[in-house]
Design a protein around this ligand. Sequence first.
Ligand code: KDG
Ligand code: MG
Length: 407
Amino acid sequence: MKITDAKVFVGGPGKNYVTLKIMTDEGIYGLGDATLNNRETLPAKFLGDYLIPCLIGMDPRKSEDIWQYFYRGAYFRRGPISMAAIGAIDMALWDIKGKIAGLPVYQLFGGKSREGALVYAHATGADIEGLCDSISYYLSEGYQAVRVQCGIPGMADKSYGVADQGGDSKHFITQFGSLPEQEIWSTEKYLQFMPKVFEEIRSRFGPELKVLHDVHHRLLPREAAAFAKEVEPFNLYWLEDPTPAEDQTALRLIRQHSTTPIAIGEVFNSLWDCKQMIEEELIDFIRISATYGGGITHLRRIVELAAIHNVRTGFHGAPSHSPISMAAQGHLNAWAPNFGIQEYLVLGTPECDALFPAEHFYQDGMFYISDAPGLGVDFDEQQSERYSFERTYHPVVRLEDGTLWNY
Ligand code: KDG
Ligand code: MG
């Protein structure tokens, strides 16, 4: 069996998805996702200029060797652009493997460890009232876990993860403007207000609700340690990205002072970004995604390492990724012995469903992966002609005195 061709498409409904389609001489094709949020053309270009020419003629069944060829075989390794491109190839090869076997990909890992995978939604509000309305909405939709982000009084801008007032929090997408917007952040105001938000949520919704919160890399290690300790009584399911993710040792201070569970990793692109924090058991959930994490082959290696160190999965799944990557993660979630939770935003607009037809479904707070062979997602090339690339950016963040800060 040989790879005969591969194509990359950039675009989608309200979002630049980067979709790779690998064709073979036996008519079977595989799909992969290389969507690097707000940098979408770069993995697409890397695939087209450098990786696809090498792929032609390779045996698509050799997914391990092909992964090693592009990773170990490269002099300049890692980084989100390169790993998103390798990740898309790897997903597509697993898709082909499943289609050859006539099996859903999770069967190739060892089968299902659970039927449905617990998911969490994004609840947001400009103030506590708005946030509680948003939580109530998700509860009425059957969710058992919600990420909560709230506007901070006195802060000039909405804080991270808060939809514009009157905006649609159900489809919150972190891409803005054709040039970066600027947000102003105050750590002091955030630290004063956020514990009150958790207190109010617990008093209104009780102890059962799984409450998650994303600090989005904004705190210094000492601040994060104090905050994690202060919010312990509210029994968070996780506190995400308390400090900038590149400093693995920053998490030691948090661990020494608090038992609040820590989740990190949505910006990681390799095992080497999280090896130390997993081995030292400084975190509770690993959030690396199949897209920029080098695909299924590499993510599975991380999940295995995490499993022996009591770290559970909590893969990134904001609409930064396409339904192809969400399916790849869905197959891993069905199998992983150390599965924790999956971030899940409703991608299911009619336009998105038409572009990526699939039988996977959400029900009562759980995501169910279909039994279709391969990843179980298709890509409608005719639909894709409706869309093209539109440049977007993440915002940049400054402190109130003008100092540049972490988005
Ligand atoms: O591209 C950035 C987004 O994916 C990120 O801001 C989303 O932090 C995020 C999350 O937890 O979903
Ligand atoms: Mg996050």
